[in-house]
Design a protein around this ligand. Structure first.
Ligand code: 13P
Length: 244
């Protein structure tokens, strides 16, 4: 159960969030909990989570270790401050920062080489869904960004299916729509990496997940977890999603 805070909260807000959130999930050992705050809040989040089961992730990374790359942050640095996860190729990165499938691949490998678990995002836009291209888009994204990984690398990634039209819009995909998309991704994984790895790769659903719809999404066999934006900012609502 992962939360993506996007560009919200200060370090002080981060401490305040964890103060309320930690007691609410103290007994939640049925799942892995990951929270991905903006870069400046990562040390505060790592400090708050250090004696907890909660894992902390960044929202983006650069593939080099260090260098003259103004404004970027490397996987090496993210790992050095105690993060365990990193989101790769969120649709907002694809849309506003023109991230390509080649970037997805480089960033995913860089995350893995730095012992971070990449949460690799895929998903179609509204115009693509409306022109019946959902499956083709998911296949293109898998082929371009994921299928070139070595099997031992593929075994360590998490995939997030986030239909762009469902992000921040209140329009959640129906459990069936999400499940069908996950099945397309898993079939790609099976064809490329075999049944064992395809069965064990975790595929999260993201897009307007809330406390009142998480249960129906999670009741789908294909849906292994969720990646939550807006509803992860509030400790009560994210805890009720974790504990659905
Ligand atoms: P919302 O939950 O706000 O729709 O955001 C989903 C998302 O983009 C998570 O990465």
């Amino acid at each position: 159960m992962a939360g993506n805070w996007k560009m919200y909260k200060t370090p002080a807000d981060t401490h305040a969030f964890f103060e309320k959130f930690k007691p609410l999930v103290a007994d939640s050992d049925h799942c892995e909990i990951v929270i991905c705050p903006p870069f400046p809040n990562l040390p505060a989040a790592v400090q708050e989570a250090h004696d907890q089961r909660i894992r902390i992730g960044a929202q983006n990374l650069y593939w080099g270790k260090e260098g003259a790359v103004t404004g970027e942050v490397s996987g090496f640095m993210i790992r050095a401050i105690g993060c365990t996860h990193v989101i790769v190729a969120h649709s907002e990165r694809r849309q506003y920062f023109n991230e390509t499938e080649a970037d997805v691949m480089r960033k995913t490998v860089a995350a893995l080489e730095n012992h971070l678990t990449p949460i690799v995002c895929v998903g179609e836009r509204l115009d693509e869904r409306e022109s019946n291209r959902t499956e083709a888009v998911l296949i293109e994204q898998f082929q371009g960004g994921i299928s070139g990984l070595a099997p031992d690398h593929f075994a360590r990634i998490v995939i997030a299916y986030e239909p762009v039209w469902a992000i921040g819009t209140g329009k959640v995909a129906t459990p069936q729509m999400a499940s069908e998309a996950h099945a397309v991704i898993r079939a790609q994984a099976r064809a490329k990496f075999g049944s064992a790895l395809a069965d064990s790769v975790r595929i999260l659903y993201g897009g307007s997940v809330k406390p009142d719809n998480v249960k129906s999404l999670m009741s789908e066999m294909e849906i292994d977890g969720v990646l939550v934006g807006g509803a992860s900012l509030d400790p009560l609502s994210f805890a009720s999603i974790v504990n659905y």
